[in-house]
Write a protein that binds this ligand. Structure first.
Ligand SMILES: NC(=O)C1=CN([C@@H]2O[C@H](COP(=O)(O)OP(=O)(O)OC[C@H]3O[C@@H](n4cnc5c(N)ncnc54)[C@H](OP(=O)(O)O)[C@@H]3O)[C@@H](O)[C@H]2O)C=CC1
Ligand SMILES: O=C(O)[C@@H]1CCC=N1
Length: 272
């Protein structure tokens, strides 16, 4: 589907690399179909050595070369990155952003280009297990939507939404979500070590418990509260633990954290 479609990646850091890796792992493009633009020479060397892709320091050359141009710089870098690229994309080119907060309107205006996709992936994309939410400007045609679905599908699951306001919400849930999960894993492992388990055993127990619980929830299709009730024997250990979690306000803290991430995403869109 992407055969012979030149793909440029502007800002090949963690997310840009996840996209490059996904495209190549899924054999959606040949390595020489990808051009990554990065200001640091050591990073360019690393990317070309590891993936066999082309690299440049010149964002404008990359934007002019790609038919699909992927933007993966930090939100704070965008204000400097976009203006020199104004007018660089041809009418039938597609811009795809993975940048938190950055709106379709801000891209379209800065680039003077209407075919823009805004997406929000997450770091499990590094191993093809990501969750990416995306939306498209009205100017993105069916063919370009197909390109976007294929590129973003290379990161794991992709979900199209027809409402851009969902993107800031997705940023707080799936985009930022791995941070909540990893913090919880870390805390559980540390508590296991505090109890007296070796770190190696604690890590294995926590990892498989997380993995098994998620797979069980998906495969059973049961509501999380039903699954939690099934763990909670009357007068038992789960009831004792859950009582502490409620007393500590876990639900409220999580909800507050998710709102904070959402507000920050909206704010990044306004201020960069
Ligand atoms: N990390 C995550 O979990 C997620 C991130 N995102 C979004 O992805 C984007 C990138 O995040 P992430 O990959 O984590 O960040 P990184 O810092 O790893 O990637 C950004 C890259 O852009 C490079 N860069 C800096 N200036 C320029 C420039 N002028 N032209 C081209 N490249 C430049 C940076 O180089 P240098 O290192 O030298 O500064 C860096 O390698 C962000 O906008 C973020 O909101 C979206 C979903 C999840
Ligand atoms: O922390 C951030 O801003 C990025 C966006 C979503 C996840 N990480």
């Amino acid at each position: 589907m992407l055969s012979d479609l030149p793909i440029a990646v502007i800002g090949a850091g963690a997310m840009g690399e996840a996209i490059i890796g996904g495209l190549l792992r899924n054999e959606l493009v040949a390595a020489d179909q990808i051009l990554a633009s990065h200001p640091r020479e050591d990073r360019r060397r690393e990317l070309s050595h590891h993936y066999g892709i082309q690299t440049t320091h010149d964002n404008l050359a990359a934007a002019q070369w790609g038919r699909v141009v992927i933007f993966a710089v930090k939100p704070q870098q965008l204000r400097r990155v976009l203006p020199p690229l104004r007018g660089a994309l041809r009418d039938d080119d597609l811009a795809i952003s993975v940048i938190a907060g950055a709106t379709i309107a801000s891209f379209a205006e800065a680039l003077d280009h209407q075919a823009v996709v805004r997406s929000m992936p997450n770091t499990p994309a590094q191993i093809g297990c990501g969750m990416t939410v995306w939306t498209a400007a009205p100017a993105v045609n069916e063919r370009q939507r197909g390109w976007a679905a294929t590129v973003l599908g290379a990161l794991g699951r992709e979900l199209f939404v027809d409402n851009e306001t969902y993107l800031d919400m997705a940023t707080a849930i799936n985009g930022t979500g791995p941070a909540y999960v990893f913090l919880m894993m870390e805390a559980m492992i540390d508590a296991g070590v505090h109890l007296g388990l070796s770190r190696r055993i604690a890590e294995e127990l926590v990892q498989q418990t997380m993995l098994g619980s998620v797979q069980y929830a998906i495969q059973s299709g049961l509501h999380p509260a039903q699954l939690r009730n099934a763990v909670t024997s009357p007068g038992g250990t789960s009831a004792a633990a859950l009582s502490e979690l409620e007393r500590g306000g876990l639900r409220t803290v999580l909800a507050d954290a998710i709102w904070a991430a959402y507000r920050r995403s909206v704010e990044l869109g306004r201020n960069g």
